[in-house]
Design a protein around this ligand. Sequence first.
Ligand code: GDP
Length: 283
Amino acid sequence: GVPILLHIFFFRTVASPPSSNFLLLGPSGAGKTAFTTLLESKSSTSAKKTQTHTSQTSTLITVSLPPTVPTASNRYRSINDPSLKEASKNPVRYRLKDTPGHGKLRESQGLAELVSMSASKDIKTKIRGVVFMVDTAALTDEATLRDSASYLHDVLLVLQQRALGKGKSSTKRDAEIPVLIAGNKQDLFTALPAGSVRERLEGEIERIRKSKSKGLMDASADGGDAEEEEVLGDDDGKGVFSFKLLEQVGIKVDVVGGAVKGDAEEEVGSGVRRWEEWIGMCL
Ligand code: GDP
């Protein structure tokens, strides 16, 4: 009768195929490979052995969201809800693509992947969100900060160009692609808290943005044909850059701390739980 039908209905909504893709980007050494390996081992059944990943090539893995992590569609579910049992048998799954962060491979792999996945209309390849990982203990180092921020700048510029529908006459707006800045290695005592990570990245992107728009102005003053490249954030470049500025074009950026190391210990501030919650809210 009705209870069975309801049961089937619920079962169906819980057992979703891995139709959402997330792209994992960030400089090398941030912990992307460690994160991918951890997620894979957390969701693999004992029969399936976790593969060994390297930092040189892209890997696509299918991950199960822990049943206690809410998704956008079941966020009000309580811990005592019997459907949680069902959920652990039929977890919500998603795909994560890990990309190499090495400087030379960024253009050809990470950014190229972002461009093609964000243009895709195919449910199998189109992207639901970007996870940009940084090492929060290394951002006090000027060179690491500059390197991380310039990669992030390029990623955000790709998303901005897409959001502004450059070169397209389509009136239909594409779905938004939110960005999670996963501030990894919070287990280290030298790690910067998420708020400082945000400030430093914004400050460094502001510098990059300034020098870029100055370069563009100089080039056009020289009569050279400066490539019409947009500036990140407001294009007159008058304001100071902040991630908030990108919300005007529909790009939401969150900075959330965590640590791949110590995930099992469930200490406050460690683990990957809060990143999984961010992913859950996209599903
Ligand atoms: P990738 O280049 O972004 O893929 O970075 P890897 O996954 O290879 O990690 C770089 C280094 O950081 C490795 O030595 C990892 O063991 C280490 N690492 C990754 N996550 C954490 C973390 O949460 N805390 C600490 N302390 N080290 C980490």
